[in-house]
Design a protein around this ligand. Structure first.
Ligand code: NAD
Length: 482
């Protein structure tokens, strides 16, 4: 499919208008599978970002103050338009970031589910009446926080946009989004459908920029912006938190992970292998909740390793649009170099390559699905997010050791384990220092459950009924003289 049939929007969206950068400068977006240029988008900076924020502020009263039911109807229409356009939107994701088309279709359904969920949830933002002295009434109002700003990553360009915009709009807020510079077309396509669904001008704005720093600075310094939501690396999250401190801006941070997957000796091994393949190789391992370390009980490590290597070695690598492909390219050359560095470091420390271990014969940004055995806990791959299709196996001897190794990271996003012992399931789930735990299951993300991390993995939760909270201010009203 070429760029015409993908219907790519090559302008940014501010105040209900499709616009270019003040300078007229654009930057190219490439397909990581082929390197081909897909199109151009405006290279914007602080001035355009300021105008987008101001248009959000102008649009706020009419969006915030209308009936929640009316907001819900518009959002519902948006959800339906997204699902009706699922195939084209999925092809845009595959074109700009490389994931297999089947996964991209899944991402569109997942993205749409947040719009549907928050359309409904926005109608259930209830306040409280607190029992107090008889001569007064203590009331709690829940009110939209106001103008919000979002910065999204390239690995789930549609889902991260929808998870943030859905929550903001459902709560009655307006939002400016800066998508990742590698994947702006998915956000622009969703904004176009929002416009068609009847979301009023200025309620959603999308600013594109090659250099994200000036946009981030305006987001955090402009006093009109009352909340910032960010998904991306812990490193950038820290920069934004520092900047937001000056403005005492409310922040949600969905940051990096280093997920452990523990296979206990009482696990259902077939299920555990399936679960490991699903979490490790989905999106070529470029997922913040991807199992980064696979801890296996010493008594079963050899048989598990053999099964995992056979299953991983059978995964088809290729362009995401090709039938049967399970592993697309990595996002860019720098990502391949990081994966190579992690593999080389592990091998230098005594790890053994059971399958893969190198770039794929297709060249470019393709890397072979890889399984490494005997990885020591001081390897880079144990301590840093690899963001690639590499499964490092580490063996352990006791439950206590497994929990200690799993928690030995500054990150705390997702963790998984396989066990059929009910007491152990409760014990280990309680001891893992992570925001999300999958037990005998590794695909755990859904719009109805809270997504988010602890420690260096972030602040706040997205999706679910808790996901609205970050877009709400609580106001206490004391009504006296009764
Ligand atoms: P990144 O932090 O480099 O970029 C994320 C976004 O931040 C992009 O839009 C980028 O343009 C922007 N950005 C970069 N520097 C900035 C600055 N100085 N000011 C303002 N914005 C700036 O991360 P990435 O490589 O795009 O994404 C991968 C990371 O995201 C991984 O660490 C992954 O774990 C994390 N992630 C987390 C979640 C989650 O929900 N916790 C989900 C997806 C990805």
């Amino acid at each position: 499919m070429n760029s015409v049939s993908l219907g790519l929007r090559e302008q940014a969206f501010i105040g209900g208008h499709w616009v270019g950068a003040d300078s007229g400068v654009t930057f190219a977006v490439n397909n990581p599978a082929s390197g081909a240029v897909l199109g151009q988008v405006p290279d914007m900076g602080a001035a355009e970002t300021r105008r987008a924020i101001e248009s959000c502020a102008r649009a706020l009263p009419s969006w915030r103050d209308r009936a929640a039911k009316e907001r819900a109807h518009i959002m519902r229409r948006w959800f339906e338009l997204i699902m009706a356009d699922q195939e084209r939107l999925a092809r845009i994701i595959t074109a700009e970031m490389g994931k297999p088309l089947a996964e991209a279709r899944g991402e569109i359904a997942y993205a749409a589910s947040f719009i549907e969920w928050f359309a409904e949830e926005g109608r259930r933002i209830y306040g409280d009446v607190i029992p107090g002295p008889t001569d007064r009434r203590l009331l709690v109002f829940k009110q939209a926080i106001g103008v919000t700003a979002a910065i999204t990553p390239w690995n789930f360009p549609s889902a991260m946009f929808a998870r943030k915009v859905g929550a903001a709009l459902g709560a009655g807020c307006t939002m400016v989004v800066k998508p990742a510079e590698l994947t702006p077309f998915s956000a622009l396509a969703l904004a176009e459908l929002a416009e068609r669904a009847g979301v009023p001008a200025g309620v959603i704005n999308v600013v594109t920029a090659k250099d994200p720093a000036p946009v981030g600075l305006e987001f955090t310094q402009n006093p009109l912006v009352r909340k910032l939501t960010f998904t991306g690396s812990t490193e950038v999250g820290k920069i934004l938190l520092r900047q937001a401190a000056e403005n005492i801006q409310k922040c949600s941070m969905e940051l990096g992970g280093n997920a452990p997957l523990i296979i206990f000796e009482d696990a259902d091994l077939e299920r555990a292998v399936e679960g490991a393949i699903a979490t490790k190789y989905r999106n070529s391992g470029q997922t913040c909740v991807s199992a980064n370390r696979i801890l296996v009980h010493a008594s079963i490590v050899d048989v598990f390793a053999e099964k995992l290597a056979a299953a991983a070695g059978a995964l088809k690598v290729g362009e995401g649009t090709e039938a049967g492909v399970a592993i697309g390219p990595l996002i860019e050359e720098a990502a391949v170099e990081k994966v190579e560095r992690h593999v080389a470091d592990a091998v230098a420390r005594g790890a053994k390559v059971l399958t893969g271990g190198a770039r794929h014969a297709l060249g470019g940004a393709f890397f072979q699905p890889t399984v490494l055995a005997n990885v020591p806990a001081d390897a880079l791959i144990f301590n840093e997010e690899t963001f690639g299709p590499v499964a490092p196996l580490i063996s352990f001897d006791s439950e206590a050791e497994a929990v200690r190794l799993a928690n030995a990271t500054p990150y705390g996003l997702a963790a998984y384990f396989y066990s059929r012992d009910v007491a152990r399931v409760i014990r280990v789930a309680e001891q893992l220092e992570f925001g999300m735990v999958g037990v005998n299951e590794t695909l755990i993300s859904t719009e109805v459950a809270p997504f988010g991390g602890v420690k260096h993995s972030g602040l706040g939760r997205e999706g679910s009924r808790y996901g609205v909270d970050d877009y709400i201010e609580i106001k206490y009203v004391c009504l006296g003289g009764l």
